[in-house]
Design a protein around this ligand. Sequence first.
Ligand SMILES: *Cc1c(COP(=O)(O)O)cnc(C)c1O
Length: 430
Amino acid sequence: MTNETDYGFDTLQIHAGARPDPATGARQTPIYQTTAYVFRDADHAAALFNLQEVGFIYSRLTNPTVAVLQERIATLEGGVGAVCCSSGHAAQIMALFPLMGPGKNIIASTRLYGGTVTQFSHTIKRFGWSCTFVDFDDLDAVKAAINDDTRAIFGEAIANPGGYIMDVRAIADIADEAGIPLIVDNTTATPFLCRPIDLGATLVVHSTTKYLTGNGTVTGGCVVDSGKFDWSANDKFPSLSQPEPAYHGLKFHETFGNLAYTFHGIAIGLRDLGMTMNPQAAHYTLMGTETLSLRMERHVENAEKIAAWLEKDERVDFVTYAGLKSSPYFERVAKVCPRGAGGLFTFAVKGGYDACVKLVNALEIFSHVANLGDTRSLIIHSASTTHRQLSAEQQEAAGAGPGVVRVSIGTEDADDLIADLDQALSKATS
Ligand SMILES: *Cc1c(COP(=O)(O)O)cnc(C)c1O
């Protein structure tokens, strides 16, 4: 495709990055199930290793099937490049890796996927990194938390477990002023509902495990670069702006311009951390992206119907869906995710913890699993599972208190889902 930017989202989600296989004409992207690639000759091999020529060396670094997915996600997000990895959590480490060093810190929203809170609270400390969690609705507090060692701000566009929408533009302005990148986890919104780069984000991360794949088959992650950040504007990002000792002194920004961060992610991130996506996983996710907009429209339509029904039900205390007029984030939906508030939300069952557990057990169509973004409707009691490692205060701050359940609304018939919730709520509250 010559000028992809002229095409609409529905066309790009099928075609971006892909072309008929040059060797066989295969119309669907082949699964290049190979570890290595034959060099034309010794000069070709040297040029590839010197990053003077772009090509395939070894599948820890690059693979043709994975490369198609990278180009597709980058295009859908409006970025210049992307690096796929083995999971969403891998993508988060990969995203931070070029920016950080011992003693450096990030600022993150209090409203995040539970696993991310744990990764940022504890695990990153092993690298000498740290994280300060701040309520992103308090912009003064975000500004006040930044210091000379801060290297990024991190938040989720539509936050898991649901109901919170980040004011991406306002946080991006703060990051800009501080000369640091804003990283947005766009997993639960997807580029169909929200385009963080258009709102000022520098980097976007995904758990492709969720809506991008769409049917709960494979784990994966992706880091997308907007190509808009000037890594040499200050001395905060020496891995990108200065000679990189891990690549015989190569200056990534000077050499690769707006692709510096993406090249660093492959040449150093994947090379040395090895959190590589395999070609099978890329294949499943490519299949998923082809129908992304169709699924997201139905996820949103169903979530709106079901949230409205639950809100009126007397067995339910409250519903946190940002698509409801009662939500404090309703106004923000139009600004941040104009095509809808996603398919994920929480609701509180009268009767608290015990009623939540009974509800989860009584449901028939909804599956009780630790996943989201599946065509199937899913439910989980976050406080006893995904957010279990968090303190009581962290659970409340994240919107995952003991009296709420999180649902990921699927693409089934909304009436069937409502009937299932109806019968289970009766059992849970009788
Ligand atoms: C699932 C999820 C992650 C982690 O992704 P994995 O693929 O499970 O590693 C990160 N952020 C959000 C918002 C998620 O939903």
